[in-house]
Ligand binder design. Structure first.
Ligand code: 13P
Length: 265
């Protein structure tokens, strides 16, 4: 049976997602899958793997019949056209992608993506049949200035503007504090819970109440095998989005199998 979380009669799936970022050639990606699948054979968790564009098709072939689904890390908002170097939703869908990460902090901060641009991509993803994982998160400066709630509210409202309740139920939202990404620093699980509960409330206030309970919220930022369980135990955290620790089949499998882990500290 698939792992689920219950909240006031609403059932939400547990999602463990890996984001490989700009790592792994096709050779490395397929070798990862060969090593990874035997380690998660008994898992019933829904595993999402966001791989580089070049590896989507070969990885989709390799994971057939497993609980892994494959997606992309970005796409353009247009359906096609003169956008040199960009990639369209229908292109990644055709090679087997089922989801796409949108608005990752590296896209926002390194490549200057705005909420408005991300919103257009979100709408394109729905139109072309891809499930979006929409990332939000405050910077260290915003965090220290006490602006976290204000920043997240704006990111949610603007990135998801015009999304209807049915689409919202298929959307995954990943809260990734920028200061926790790749730093080894994390909020405490209790602090993360507070922020996730806040995000759920923003969804509740702006979409329907049914939606807010069923929308899947992930935590991301320095998730490792020995802290996964602490985050997963929080009421409003339905899963994790993992960067660095998803690059090794052993550590990513330990995260997937977090319920078997002995938590330190
Ligand atoms: P790390 O797990 O390496 O901190 O990265 C998190 C992330 O950005 C996932 O999208």
């Amino acid at each position: 049976m698939e792992q689920i979380r219950m909240a006031k009669q609403i059932v939400r799936p547990c999602v463990i997602a890996g984001n490989w970022k700009m790592n792994k050639t096709i050779t490395e990606a397929t070798r990862f899958i060969d090593e990874f699948l035997p380690l998660i054979e008994k898992s019933t968790t829904q595993i999402y793997l966001a791989v580089p564009f070049t590896s989507i098709q070969p990885v989709v072939e390799k994971v057939k019949g497993s609980s892994v689904i494959v997606g992309a890390q970005n796409m353009n908002d247009a359906s096609e056209g003169a956008f040199t170097g960009e990639i369209a939703a229908i292109m990644i869908k055709e090679v087997g992608a089922q989801f796409v990460i949108l608005g990752h902090s590296e896209r926002r901060h390194i490549f200057g993506e705005t909420n408005e641009f991300i919103n257009r991509k979100v709408k394109r993803a729905y139109a072309d049949g891809l499930q979006p994982i929409v990332c939000i998160g405050e910077t260290r400066e915003q965090h220290e200035a006490g602006q976290t709630q204000q920043v997240l509210t704006q990111q949610l409202k603007e990135s998801l503007a015009g999304v209807n309740a049915a689409q919202m139920q298929k959307t995954i939202i990943a809260y990734e504090p920028v200061w926790a990404i790749g730093t080894g620093i994390t909020p405490t699980p209790e602090q993360a819970q507070e922020v996730h509960a806040f995000c759920r409330q923003v969804v509740l206030d702006n979409w329907t109440d049914k939606t807010s309970l069923s929308v899947v919220l992930l935590y991301g930022g320095s998730v490792k095998p020995d802290n996964t369980k602490l985050f997963m135990e929080q009421t409003d955290i339905d899963g994790v989005l993992v960067g660095g620790a998803s690059l090794s089949p052993i550590s990513f499998a330990q995260i997937v199998n977090y319920q078997n882990a002995t938590v330190k500290g």
